[in-house]
Design a protein around this ligand. Structure first.
Ligand SMILES: Cc1cc2nc3c(=O)[nH]c(=O)nc-3n(C[C@H](O)[C@H](O)[C@H](O)COP(=O)(O)OP(=O)(O)OC[C@H]3O[C@@H](n4cnc5c(N)ncnc54)[C@H](O)[C@@H]3O)c2cc1C
Length: 390
């Protein structure tokens, strides 16, 4: 390999400045390796994207340790966010777990708001290494693993290594495969309730997550660090169902949701009734379980670009951060880029397909008949297994 390609001089382009891309750039930076993130948005929008995330000990937390941010994370994380209530549509409770609130033992899955997590990463990153307003349009292969990146602002850059960290609808993925994301059959409407304005619902929800599941539907509530209860009204519908409500105003959307959940407990309906006017409809997409691609010596993927799955294993952001850790360390170990990609991908394909299978099984279970007691049983079996291993 020529000196121009040595690991410190390799031109590394990371497409996308979400949690995966930011973690990767920061761990590389900690090891003296430069990279550039190209992000389509004009500024960081992480705080606007989704709610609180639980960060796992064996993935997200490992990446934060390597990025030198573990203590800062512990200061910002909320152990009490691990509280979990599970009920059916009548409000019959199957699980009511109260977290011990202890972050110092390093166990558990403390919660952190997405915006706070991304700010921690961004604040430590050399600001000259992130370019906002760079939406990747297309990539042209120059041979030898090199690529030419074309952005919709007219700029063109050349890279020795391109990493697609650009989420579910990645523009980098089509360079590696013809396989695309599929609609999972689940649609979610994301709503927000200001907890302080509705103390009855705040008490009902408790300090963490509340899942109510029945009739192939769900109302999921999650108290965030910013005082909002993020609500996901979720149900199995045809893909085009959303197209029929997209132009409705928020009051009309809420009326349709209340109709859909008309025979649910009053407190559960209040998650919809009390919601503010910002409603974000989402279809949940996934890549096939066990998805992999033909190796390319100068291009790879991390995070949702590599293995988007439904949120029902709570693994998405954790896997994105674990990928960032594994790829960064492989790039640190290897002068040879192709070798680094191979080491990373072999490991990643293995763990991500296990989590994708788990996420898919959980999705099926959560929207099947008698979902609440079935999920309670599954969680009890995880708990028993963990106790035996401890
Ligand atoms: C409703 C919902 C709830 C979820 N809850 C959880 C949870 O509780 N726990 C959990 O672990 N995960 C959860 N997830 C999943 C989690 O949000 C994702 O797995 C995680 O954000 C993936 O990170 P990423 O960096 O790979 O991609 P993203 O967060 O999607 O970031 C991709 C970045 O790339 C940028 N980008 C996209 N296209 C381009 C382009 N062409 N050019 C340049 N930049 C581009 C985007 O603007 C964005 O900044 C949830 C997901 C959803 C939809």
């Amino acid at each position: 390999m020529t000196p121009a390609h040595s690991k410190t001089q390799r031109r590394t382009a990371i497409i996308g400045g979400g949690p995966g891309g930011l973690t990767l750039a920061l761990i590389l930076q900690e090891h003296g390796i430069s990279s550039v993130i190209y992000e389509r948005d004009l500024e960081d929008k992480s705080h606007e994207r989704g709610g609180s995330l639980d960060i796992h000990e064996d993935s997200g937390q490992l990446a934060l340790k390597e990025a030198g941010l573990y203590e800062a994370f512990q200061m910002a994380a909320r152990a009490e966010g691990e509280d979990f209530r599970l009920m059916d549509k009548k409000g019959k409770i199957y699980i009511d777990e109260v977290a011990d609130g202890n972050l110092s033992d390093g166990h558990g899955r403390p919660e952190i708001d997405r915006g706070v997590l991304c700010n921690l990463l961004l604040n430590k990153l050399d600001q000259s290494k992130i370019r906002y307003g760079y939406k990747l349009d297309k990539v042209v292969s120059l041979g030898d693993g090199k690529s030419e990146l074309h952005f919709d602002n007219g700029n063109v850059e050349v890279a020795d290594l391109v990493i697609g960290a650009d989420g579910a609808f990645s523009r980098v993925r089509p360079l590696l495969t013809d396989i695309d994301v599929e609609y999972s059959g689940l649609t979610m409407l994301e709503l927000n309730v200001i907890a302080d304005h509705h103390p009855d619902l705040a008490a009902f929800n408790s300090r963490g997550k509340m899942f109510a599941l029945e009739d192939h539907k769900g109302i999921l509530g999650q108290l965030n660090g910013n005082g909002r209860i993020k609500v996901y009204a979720s149900f199995k519908v045809e893909r085009d169902w959303l197209d029929h409500i997209r132009n409705d105003n928020p009051q009309e959307m809420k009326a349709k949701l209340l109709e859909l959940f008309h025979d649910w407990n009053e407190s559960l309906q209040n998650y919809i009734r009390y919601a503010e006017d910002s409603i974000l409809p989402r279809r949940i997409y996934m890549l096939p379980v066990g998805f992999r691609w033909e190796r390319n010596p100068g291009i790879t993927l991390i995070g949702d670009a590599a293995h988007v799955m439904s949120p029902f294993a709570g693994e998405g952001v954790n896997l994105a951060m674990l990928d960032a850790l594994e790829l960064a360390l492989a790039l640190v170990r290897n002068e040879n880029t192709a070798q680094a990609i191979e080491e990373y991908e072999e490991k990643m394909f293995q763990y991500s397909s296990e989590k994708a299978a788990e996420s898919n099984e959980n999705l099926i279970l959560c929207f099947s008949d008698h979902a609440a007691p079935k999920l309670a049983q599954l969680m009890q079996s995880y708990h028993d297994k963990y106790e035996q291993q401890a």
